[in-house]
Design a protein around this ligand. Structure first.
Ligand code: SAJ
Length: 434
């Protein structure tokens, strides 16, 4: 089971058949991953119940609406609700498949908090019937699937729950299958990305694959639950380490007096060099968080992963300090901060370095801060009452002496250095160079 192989080949032609109409999937957690997955499964013929603790989310979805911005999601949800293949509820139903897609935030001291996964397991346990399969998609520290097995086994002594490494027949299946989709491309990547299916036993992986092979056009790769848990953390740590290298280069370049964008562009012409892009820091609820799960699992060994997190966090502080220097060089001048989102062309401000920088600056400079963010109609709560104002790009460019590009939204990309003549400009994304 250690060598990945194509699940479809392993399962034979039956794996691609659509499920019987009574095959129900319960998706626990209707967030950025759970809601698109629930609606997509519904569009592939499954009868889906999306479960969320928030009555507001449940009501929104049942009315055919969405509470998050994601390309193609509104139509997918609307169509599934209209076709009655998707329903939302605050109660966990009995189902053939349970998919857990709840948050796993960072707790104190950057330790993983899996309490929502544990709560989902406790909610599923009383409802689960023999033959059902529980799949965890939430990004989780290694060992979480085993923890879920223990919770269900303790709550349901009448069931034989599968155990890691055991070949004994079990009454239910349990697997870890990480989500790997990019915000902004979730619906597309849910279908086209390869999937890693980690079973607590080989039989568990095969059972979970029945769900994934019904809608995934990429390859479905089998492994163990522990390996699958590690794979997810490693993917995001890989990206974090590589972005940290780019961010560190940008700070080195400031010291040694070279243009980091030129250095990266030319270094990347080497056939085996592919440096990522510096920015104001790393944001989002994944790459800025998940590497800490790896560090928590092996604190002495994970030195580079930890250092990368620290470098990327420090880049936001470095960026803030550079803007302070610019503002101090233009006393009474105003600064236009372009973008608050954690990356271009999304409305997601979670863990956003741009937002953290804006908040810190607003505390000091108040009404000298002009924010331009096409993906919101009002300032986020952390900026409300600070004196900072949300303005259009045109208004900001008229009023500001200092212009800082924090996010390279498409709506800003028409700007050229000529539009900013006479202003102090700090382009954290290299947008004006492209
Ligand atoms: N960033 C840079 N420079 C770069 C690339 C990104 O500064 O060259 C910054 C972005 O601005 C952003 C942060 O990194 O602040 C993360 O953005 P991202 O686009 O790299 O990744 P996410 O967080 O949107 O999605 C990641 C993806 N993981 C990988 O690419 C390995 C996605 O596939 C995962 O499903 C997702 O995390 C997740 O849910 O874990």
């Amino acid at each position: 089971m250690n060598a990945p192989f194509n699940a479809v080949a392993a399962l034979g032609k039956d794996a691609r058949q659509h499920p019987a109409p009574d095959h129900q999937v319960a998706v626990i957690g209707l967030g950025y991953i759970g809601l698109p997955t629930a609606a997509l499964l519904a569009s592939y013929g499954w009868s889906v119940c999306g479960v969320d603790v928030s009555q507001k989310v449940v009501d929104t979805v049942n009315a055919g609406g969405v509470h998050i911005e994601e390309r193609d999601l509104d139509k997918l949800v609307h169509d599934a609700i209209t076709a009655q293949t998707l329903v939302a509820s605050t109660e966990v139903p009995s189902a053939s498949f349970y998919m857990i897609a709840v948050p796993t935030p960072l707790g104190a001291d950057n330790a993983p908090d899996i309490s929502y996964v544990e709560a989902a397991a406790r909610a599923i346990a009383p409802r689960i019937l023999p033959g059902a399969c529980v799949i965890i998609e939430s990004t989780s520290p290694v060992g979480t699937t085993e923890r879920v097995a223990t919770i269900i086994a303790e709550a349901r002594p009448d069931l034989v729950v599968p155990r890691d490494g055991s070949n004994d027949a079990a009454d239910i299946a349990l697997a870890y299958c990480p989500e790997r989709v990019l915000p902004g491309r979730i619906v597309n990547e849910l279908v086209h990305n390869d999937r890693v299916i980690g079973g607590v036993t080989a039989a568990c992986a095969e059972r979970a694959a029945v769900l994934y092979t019904s809608f995934v056009k990429g390859d479905c790769l089998y492994t163990t639950a522990r390996v699958a848990e590690a794979v997810k953390l490693v993917e995001n740590s890989f990206r974090d380490v590589n972005i940290a290298f780019a961010n560190e280069l940008s700070m080195i370049a400031d010291v040694i007096g070279v243009d980091v964008w030129d250095v990266i562009r030319l270094a990347n012409r080497h056939p085996r060099v592919n440096i990522l892009q510096p920015g104001p820091g790393v944001g989002g609820h994944c790459i800025a968080v998940d590497p800490w799960f790896l560090v928590a699992g092996a604190p002495q060994a994970a030195r580079l992963v930890k250092m990368a997190r620290e470098v990327n966090d420090h880049k936001a502080v470095h960026t803030e300090n550079r803007i302070r220097t610019l503002l101090d060089a233009a006393p009474q001048g105003r600064v236009a901060l372009l973008g608050l989102a954690f990356k271009p062309d999304i409305d997601d401000f979670r863990e956003s370095p741009a937002l953290e920088i804006a908040e810190a600056l607003a505390h000091t400079y108040g009404n000298r801060i002009l924010v331009v963010e096409p993906f919101t109609e009002e300032l986020p709560p952390c900026l409300a009452g600070s004196g900072a104002t949300l303005v259009t790009l045109d208004a900001a460019l008229k009023a500001a002496e200092v212009v800082v590009v924090l996010v390279d939204h498409t709506a800003f990309k028409h700007l050229s250095p000529d539009d900013l003549t006479g202003k102090l400009v700090f382009d954290t994304r290299g947008m004006l160079r492209r």
